[in-house]
Each structure stands twice: as C-alpha cells, then as structure tokens.
Design a protein around this ligand. Structure first.
Ligand code: PLP
Length: 365
C-alpha cells in the first residue's frame, strides 16, 4: 500500500464535475482575474475568518509582502519573525526592503516564543510576523500586547493555518492582518497558486487593492505596485473546496486524534495543542527519538513523510547577507534534527491511516 502526503488525484476525482463546470463558467464569462469569483471568495473567506475584509492576491508570499507594505513597512525597517518557518516568510521581509530579525520558538508549539520578543525590539522595529507553523496558532495575546506597547504592526503568517483558532478567534483575525496561501498542498488550496490577506482595517484594504494591481486606483497608477492578482480559475476552485472545508478540517482532526491515541507511548513526541487553541493540522509533525530509523521503516512500507524543515530558514544560504546564518536559535536548531511529518489529509482512507499506525509501531516498538 502507498500512502502519499497529499492526494490531489483522489480530491480531483471527487470534485471533477463541479470543477469543470466552474472552469467553464469562468471561460464563458472571460473575466480572467479579479472578477466575480475572486470577489465572492474574498467575502466568503472574510466571513469564515470572522474579519471585515479579505483581499485576494496571487500567492501566499504576495500576501505577506503586500500585507507588510500596506501595514507601513518601509526600506530599512526591522521586522521580527522566526527562524522556524518556510523561507517565504523571511523572503517577503527582504522583498519589502526590510531587515529580517529572527527569534526562537517555543519548544512545545514551535511558534514564536513571546518571551524573546522584547529583547529583539529596537527603535527601527516596525512589524512582527508570527508564524502559525504546521497549523498551530502562535501565542498571539502576548505578541499583540507587546506590539501595542511599541506601536508595531502584526501580520500573521497563516499560510499553514486555515481554520486554526486561538482563544476562540480564527487565524487571520488575530493580528492587524493575516496572510494565507492557497498553494496546492495547503489545507485549502488552488490548482496552482493563490493567497489572501485578511484584516479589519479598511485603510489597509484600499492599499492592498492598489498594491496587487500595479498601484492602480480609480484615477490612475497612484503608487508603484506589483502584479499580485488572483486568477479567476483559482478563485473558482478554492471556492468549491471551501464548501467542504469544515468537513475536511474535521476529518484532519479526527485523523490526528486517531494517531495521537495509537502512537502514544512510543519513543516519539506527538504534536502539541495548547489550551484553548485549535490546531489546523496542516502537518502532523512528530519528533521521534530515532528519526533515521523511522524514515527507513516508512520508506520500506510505502508511507510518504516530509522533514519540514531540514534547516531553519535563517540558516539557509540565501539569508547570509542579513547575517542570519550564525544566529543560534537552540529550539529551532534542535527541531531541524528531530521533526518528521506523517501523512495527514482528508482523502486518507481508514486503511491507509491503519497502515501508517502499524508501520510506526512496527518500526519503533
Ligand atoms: C509558513 C509559510 N509562509 C509562506 C508561504 C508562502 O506561500 P506561497 O507558496 O503561496 O507563496 C508558505 C507556503 O508555501 C508557508 O508555508
């Protein structure tokens, strides 16, 4: 039996008729970007996240970049994020012309450790970008408190956290703005690329709408912007999947619960869910005592796995010019040696889940 990390074939088989109809609708209307599908998705995603506005963009990276620019990040500003993230978080800071500053993460959730933030704030700090890694929300209350004290803009990197919640509020509604990705492997995904910025701030919305479309306003090209437009075909596909999203998230959580129960007691750390938080389980990340052994067992049994990330983003060669390669973040550095993601997606069959569990047991017992 083969168990893939994501199964887009199974998903397409289920949605094929509806997707082809939706694509036909887009091509018949020939409104190919920022049209009715995009507008409807913006309204639906804003409602889902419990915010007033959502602005659709081309990618999650654009959501981060344009979110920061709209939030007032300017060249030379410092933006504090984490090393334990996908490189796009730090790339977006650099593309905004800002200087990335990284802090370490909490050992349980692997999200920004708020107790390290105060020491990282300088007079040049303009924004904080916490990352809801793997789908677990960052500790937003202390982060927002500190941001308020220092008048800093907070942009959630919610690229992996569709449907997560923190103290009853949805990801994307916790900071001044939230950035989502609809990349193909994400919990809610396009068949290609897509992204979204969520916010309650109407001023931000106006700027974002200009920034994503070459700075265009009703009167002309008011500012220098970007081509960050969402494509209608992608918006139509994301909307179709959004109809199933609550059900799919429930399935992810039930798979996580099954893994949690079945794998307890083995020599591996299971994913942590902080009190009053809802994990979106984008990834089911374990930390085995012997990762090489688990990798070999999974490979032999046809179970796909992933190591996110083999290196903290700050240690990637691309970050050398910002002096980040030598920043020692002990929790992140240790995580890079320990983490391993097991398959978790709504299309997994009960037999596949059983096969993953049996394989981990056989390998580690
Ligand atoms: C944490 C994080 N931030 C940002 C991104 C960037 O999103 P995209 O690939 O849609 O540009 C991703 C995903 O790729 C991500 O996992």
């Amino acid at each position: 039996m083969q168990v893939p990390l994501v199964d887009l074939h199974a998903e397409y088989a289920m949605l094929r008729g509806e997707i082809l109809d939706a694509l036909d609708g887009v091509f018949t209307g020939m409104h190919l970007y920022l049209g009715p599908e995009t507008e409807a998705l913006e309204a639906e995603w804003a409602a889902f996240c419990g915010v007033d506005h959502a602005v659709a963009v081309a990618t999650g990276t654009d959501a981060l970049l344009l979110g920061m620019l709209a939030g007032g990040v300017r060249p030379g500003d410092e933006v504090i994020s984490v090393g334990w993230t996908f490189i796009a978080t730090l790339e977006a800071i650099v593309h905004a012309g800002a200087i990335p500053v990284v802090v370490d993460v909490d050992p349980d959730t692997l999200t920004m450790d708020p107790s390290l933030l105060a020491a990282a704030i300088t007079p040049r700090t303009r924004a904080i970008v916490p990352v809801h890694i793997y789908g677990h929300p960052a500790a937003m209350t202390p982060i927002m408190d500190l941001a308020a004290e220092h008048d800093l803009f907070v942009l959630e990197d919610a690229a992996q956290a569709h449907g997560a919640s923190y103290h009853g509020a949805m990801s994307g509604s916790l900071g001044h703005a939230g950035a989502f990705s609809f990349y193909v492997t994400k919990n809610l995904s396009a068949y290609g690329e897509g992204g979204m910025v969520t916010t309650n701030d109407a001023d931000l919305v106006e700027k974002l709408r200009m920034l994503r479309n070459h700075g265009r306003s009703a009167t002309g090209h008011e500012i220098v912007g970007y081509n960050g437009r969402m494509q209608e075909v992608q918006a139509a596909i994301v909307r179709l999947k959004l109809k199933r999203f609550v059900e799919w998230q429930a399935r992810r959580r039930s798979i996580a619960a099954r893994y949690n129960e079945a794998l307890a007691g083995l020599p591996l750390c299971l994913p942590f869910e902080a009190e009053d938080c809802r994990h979106a389980y984008h990834l089911y990340m374990v930390r085995p005592a012997d990762r090489e052994r688990l990798k070999a067992g999974l490979e032999e049994a046809g179970v796909a796995y992933a190591v996110h990330y083999p290196l903290p983003a700050n240690r990637q060669p691309a970050m050398a010019p910002w002096g980040l390669n030598d920043v020692v973040l002990p929790v992140s550095d240790r995580a890079a040696e320990e983490v391993l993601a097991l398959p978790i997606h709504p299309m997994l069959t009960d037999d596949q889940i059983g096969h993953v569990i049996d394989t981990v047991h056989r390998t580690l017992s």
